[in-house]
Design a protein around this ligand. Structure first.
Ligand SMILES: Cc1ncc(COP(=O)(O)O)c(C=O)c1O
Length: 398
C-alpha cells in the first residue's frame, strides 16, 4: 500500500500560520509524544518507581527502538542501539574502528563534515598521540584520497550545509579495497532518505534522532555496528551498561554481547518515550515513497525559487542521486533574509557564512507548503523586506 502522507501529517502538532522547513534541524512534536511522555512520567516513574526498569521495560528500550530505526537505515536486526549524543557516538565509533585497524594511523574526513565530528576526531587523535592524525580533503576528493595509509573514513553522508550527498556504496567499497574501515554519520540521512547499511557493507554508523526522526530537543543518538564486527569491536567508552553483566558489578570490564556493548550509561528514558511515540508514525511509511516525495518537493522548491528569486544561488546539487532532503541557497545577506522569512511564518535556518537552509520532510510537508513558502520568499526578495536592522542582529542559535 502506498504511504499515506495525509495520515502522517495529521500525527504532528504543526502550529497555525507556520510553514516548517526546519525538520532537518529539529523535527516537530508528534501528537502522541506528549501523552506517551506523560504516561512514562506518571504511570511508570510515578507509580512503579525503580521497578520501572524491569516492569516498564526501560532497560530494553535502547535496543528495542534501535531496531525500529534499523529498518529505516537498512540495518540488520539487533545491530542498532540508542544512547548518548551524536558527538559521543562519533567518538565511540571512531575509537572502536581505529583499534580494529592497528597498523594504520589516519582518519580521513572532508571539509564539508559537521564541525563536531571533526572536533571529536581531533580530540581523539590528541588523546591517542602515537602518530594518529585527522586528514581532511574537499568533499569531491574523498574517493581519491582513500589510500593504504587510511585506517578509517569518517564521512557524513549528507552535507549539513549544502545537502550534497556522498556515494556511500562507492566510498565504503574503496575503503574496504584499501584496507580501511568506514564510519558513516547519518544525521541528515536517517528518516530523510533510504539508507542501506547492510547492502553497502558499512562498518559503523551513527546518527541523531531529533532531526528527521522527531524525538525532540536533546533526543538520544544511535549507533550501528556491522554484525561481522559486533563481537570484536571494543566499545572504547566502556560504561557499565555495555558490560556483559552490569548487575554482577564486576571490577573488570567485559564487553556485552553484540551491539549491547555500545551502550555506555543510564539511558534517557523520558526522551526515549518521546522517540518511541515518534517511531509509531514511521510504521506505515515506505522509504521509497518517502524519497520520491522528497525529491518532488525539493525539485518544486528549487524551480520556484530559481524562477522568482534571481539573487539567490543554489548550493544544493540538482542531480537527485547527489542530494539529500534539504535545499540550500546562498546569499551574502542570508541571515537577514532568513530572519525576515521566519517573521513571515516560514521557518528555515541559516548556516554561516551565507547559506539559507530549507528542510523538506514528506511526513508533514506537502506541495501546498512549498508553493506558499516560494511566494513568501519571492515577496521578501522583491521588496527588500529583509533589509532592516532587526533582522541583522545574530541570535545565539542561527
Ligand atoms: C552531521 C552532524 N554530526 C554531528 C552533530 C552533533 O550532534 P550532537 O549535538 O547530538 O552531538 C550534528 C548536529 O546537528 C550533525 O548535524
Amino acid at each position: 500500500m502506498p504511504t499515506d502522507f495525509d495520515t502522517t501529517k495529521a500525527q504532528f502538532v504543526l502550529p497555525e500560520g507556520i510553514i516548517y522547513l526546519d525538520g532537518n534541524s529539529l523535527g516537530p512534536l508528534p501528537k502522541a509524544a506528549a501523552a506517551r511522555v506523560a504516561r512514562t512520567v506518571e504511570a511508570e516513574w510515578g507509580q512503579m518507581l525503580i521497578t520501572g526498569w524491569n516492569k516498564a521495560g526501560w532497560m530494553d528500550q535502547p535496543a528495542r527502538i534501535g531496531d525500529r530505526i534499523g529498518r529505516l537505515i537498512g540495518a540488520e536486526p539487533g545491530t542498532v542501539v540508542m544512547g548518548d549524543t551524536l558527538s559521543i557516538k562519533v567518538y565511540q565509533a571512531l575509537a572502536s574502528a581505529l583499534e580494529m585497524n592497528p597498523t594504520r594511523r589516519v582518519i580521513l574526513s572532508d571539509t564539508g563534515n559537521f564541525p563536531s565530528d571533526l572536533y571529536m576526531a581531533d580530540g581523539l587523535v590528541r588523546t591517542l598521540g602515537n602518530g594518529y592524525s585527522l586528514r581532511t580533503v574537499a568533499p569531491e576528493d574523498v574517493l581519491d584520497a582513500i589510500d593504504d595509509t587510511v585506517a578509517v573514513t569518517m564521512i557524513t553522508e549528507v552535507d549539513y550545509r549544502t545537502g550534497r550527498r556522498h556515494d556511500m556504496g562507492a566510498i565504503t567499497a574503496k575503503a574496504h579495497a584499501m584496507g580501511a574501515l568506514s564510519v558513516w554519520d547519518l544525521a541528515h540521512s536517517a528518516g530523510a532518505l533510504p539508507v542501506d547499511l547492510a547492502g553497502v557493507g558499512a562498518d559503523f554508523a551513527v546518527g541523531c534522532t531529533y532531526k528527521y526522526l522527531n524525538s525532540g530537543p536533546g533526543g538520544p543518538a544511535f549507533i550501528y555496528v556491522a554484525p561481522r564486527h559486533a563481537d570484536a569491536a571494543r566499545p572504547a567508552l566502556s560504561g557499565w551498561l555495555g558490560h556483559e553483566a552490569p548487575f554482577a558489578f564486576d571490577l573488570d570490564y567485559r564487553p556485552g554481547r553484540g551491539i549491547e556493548r555500545m551502550r555506555v550509561g543510564t539511558p534517557p528514558v523520558l526522551q526515549l518515550a518521546a522517540l518511541e511515540a515518534a517511531m509509531d508514525i514511521w510504521d506505515g511509511v515506505d522509504m521509497a515513497d518517502l524519497r520520491a516525495r522528497s525529491l518532488a518537493l525539493t525539485d518544486r522548491f528549487i524551480a520556484g525559487v530559481e524562477g522568482a528569486c534571481p539573487d539567490l544561488t543554489l548550493a544544493t546539487p540538482r542531480d537527485h542521486a547527489r542530494r539529500g532532503s534539504q535545499v540550500s541557497f546562498r546569499h551574502p545577506e542570508g541571515y537577514a533574509i532568513m530572519q525576515a522569512l521566519i517573521a513571515a511564518g516560514v521557518i528555515g535556518d541559516f548556516r554561516a557564512p551565507d547559506i539559507l537552509r530549507f528542510g523538506f520532510t514528506p511526513l508533514y510537508i506537502g506541495f501546498d507548503e512549498v508553493d506558499r513558502a516560494v511566494d513568501i520568499l519571492a515577496r521578501i526578495m522583491a521588496t527588500g523586506a529583509w533589509d532592516r536592522p532587526e533582522f541583522k542582529t545574530r541570535a545565539k542559535v542561527t
